[in-house]
Structures are given as structure tokens and as C-alpha cells.
Design a protein. Structure first.
Length: 301
């Protein structure tokens, strides 16, 4: 069994031991990466949510053969465009088209997607709708120029996200709506546009979420942890589907051990187990299908 975590935030300060601007423990990112690899996670895609974060994701991806990166601007960060929109966009494009992106030979490419980009109406206090829409639209230009797939974000957008994806679907090759928490109607609209559905612990919280997952064809599913967030918790409806003995999470930091409150890519099997249980599928069969889906989109031969 091999797994690919399509969305992991390894540039987050938690993986450097910093929580709410306070140093809690030494940096332990190498432990995190190695722990994931021992749990059959052979590729991890580091999410870029802004220009600076994308640069950090690329730099980190070059440090290990199992790491890759996305380049883009999260909807709640789109105010970063405003000071100098042309320069911000050009700087993103230079990353995408540069030595670790389009210029690289296919087997050596570290940038595998445009994103994280999209719309988020749950957190308009960070960025208003009009600004989000303007710079989501702009990022289709990056996908069109690079022919890279899109790593998409959608929260409570009342059809605006799907409408924009539909209107611009001819401009990008493929994509995934990551950390999906929408309705089955929304999922079906995206699947009709040949967009995959990314699932993590936040996608599996409620009985309503589980009913949606049951109806998503396995051929359109990708899996992720969205670490250090979105773990599957005992209060989640999906928790009952976890079968293997659960890993022990330490309340006090111990080097080389899981630390309570911080999700990791090593927990990918938990997401796989939960989705397999929800759908009544053999876990190895689902793993093989999802690996094929993900490889076809992000790592085409």
C-alpha cells in the first residue's frame, strides 16, 4: 500500500515547535517526514497559501525526495495582492515557470499544482468577496500558462465557487477541491467538471458529511491530512470506522512521538480507513484507486 498526502502544511510554525508564537519544543520536521514514510506515505504535497509560503514550500520540497509543493494564494490571503497586484502575480508566475516548476524536467519537477486558491465566505473578515473573486480569477492564468492542475479551496460560497470553476474550466488541465465539506449536489457539480474531491478529517465530522462521502465515486477521491489541522477526533462521526490500534498522542512533547493537538501526514491511513469504512470498500482496493487518481493528476508519467 502506498499513499499520497495531497495537502500538508509543513511550513506551519508548529512543525518548527512554535505554537501561538511561543517556542514549545525543538524543530522536528525530519521526524514528521520520516514517520510518514514509515507509514507508507511516499509523497507529500506542501500547500502554498501565499507568495512567501509558496517560496518556503518550494525550498522545503527541494530538501527531500518525497516532498512537493503548490504555488498560489489562499482566498483569505488575497489582500496581499493589493499593494502591487502586477508584481505579486508576476512573482507567483516566476516561481511556477521557473527551475522547480515548468522549466524542470518532468521527473524532477517540485511544483505540481497551482493553489491553494478559491473562495472562502466563512472568513470574510480576512478578505472581502470581491477581492477573493478578482484574484481567484487571476490564478486561472497561472494554471493556463503552466498547464499544471489546480489545488482548490471552497467554503460556504453559495454557488459562486462552482460557477467560477465552470466558467474557467477550459483554462486548466485538472484539479481537486481539497478539504471538501460541501453537499452532494456540490460534489456532483464538481465531478461533472472532472474535478476530484479531496477528503480529510474535516470532511468526515458529521453524519451528513458521511452521507456525502458514500456517494462520491472512488475514482474521484483523493486523500489528505491538511496537517497540522483536520485530524479525525473521537467526537467525529467517522471515528467509529478506525480499525487499527490507534497511535498514542503525547500530551507533553516527547521527541520522535506524536504530539497531541498537531496532526501529521503519518495519519493518512486513518483517513483512508475512515473513507473505506464509510464506503464499505476494501482498504487496499480503495488505496490503489486513490493512488492512481492522485498520480494521474499530480504526477503524470
Amino acid at each position: 500500500m502506498s499513499l499520497i498526502d495531497i495537502g500538508v502544511n509543513l511550513t506551519d510554525p508548529m512543525f518548527s515547535g512554535i505554537y501561538r508564537e511561543k517556542v514549545v519544543h525543538p524543530p522536528d520536521l525530519l521526524h514528521i517526514i520520516n514517520r510518514a514514510i514509515t507509514k507508507n506515505v511516499d509523497k507529500m504535497i506542501i500547500t502554498g497559501g501565499s507568495l512567501s509560503e509558496s517560496k518556503a514550500a518550494i525550498a522545503l520540497s527541494t530538501s527531500h525526495s518525497s516532498l512537493y509543493a503548490t504555488v498560489g494564494c489562499h482566498p483569505t490571503r488575497c489582500n496581499e495582492f493589493l499593494e502591487n497586484p502586477d508584481k505579486y502575480f508576476t512573482d507567483l508566475k516566476d516561481l511556477v515557470m521557473g527551475e522547480h516548476g515548468v522549466k524542470a524536467e518532468a521527473g524532477n519537477r517540485k511544483i505540481v499544482a497551482i493553489g491553494e486558491c478559491g473562495l472562502d465566505y466563512d472568513r470574510l473578515e480576512f478578505c472581502d468577496k470581491d477581492t477573493q473573486k478578482r484574484y481567484f480569477l487571476k490564478q486561472f492564468e497561472l494554471a493556463e500558462a503552466s498547464r499544471l492542475p489546480m489545488f482548490l479551496h471552497n467554503r460556504n460560497t453559495d454557488g459562486d465557487f462552482v460557477a467560477m470553476v465552470r466558467e474557467n474550466r477550459h483554462r486548466f488541465t485538472n484539479g481537486v477541491s481539497h478539504s471538501f465539506t460541501g453537499t452532494i449536489e456540490e460534489a456532483k457539480e464538481l465531478i461533472d467538471l472532472n474535478i476530484h474531491i479531496g477528503l480529510n478529517g474535516c470532511s468526515l465530522k458529521t453524519d451528513e458529511n458521511l452521507e456525502v462521502v458514500k456517494q462520491i465515486p472512488a475514482e474521484f477521491i483523493m486523500l489528505e491530512t491538511d496537517a497540522p489541522w483536520c485530524d479525525i477526533r473521537p467526537t467525529h462521526a467517522s471515528h467509529k470506522y478506525l480499525r487499527q490500534p490507534l497511535d498514542v498522542w503525547k500530551k507533553k512533547y516527547v521527541e520522535g512521538e506524536l504530539y497531541k493537538g498537531r496532526n501529521e501526514p503519518s495519519q493518512m491511513r486513518r483517513v483512508l480507513e475512515a473513507v473505506a469504512g464509510i464506503k464499505g470498500m476494501d482498504i487496499d482496493e480503495l488505496a490503489a484507486i486513490v493512488y492512481k487518481n492522485t498520480s494521474r493528476v499530480f504526477f503524470p508519467v
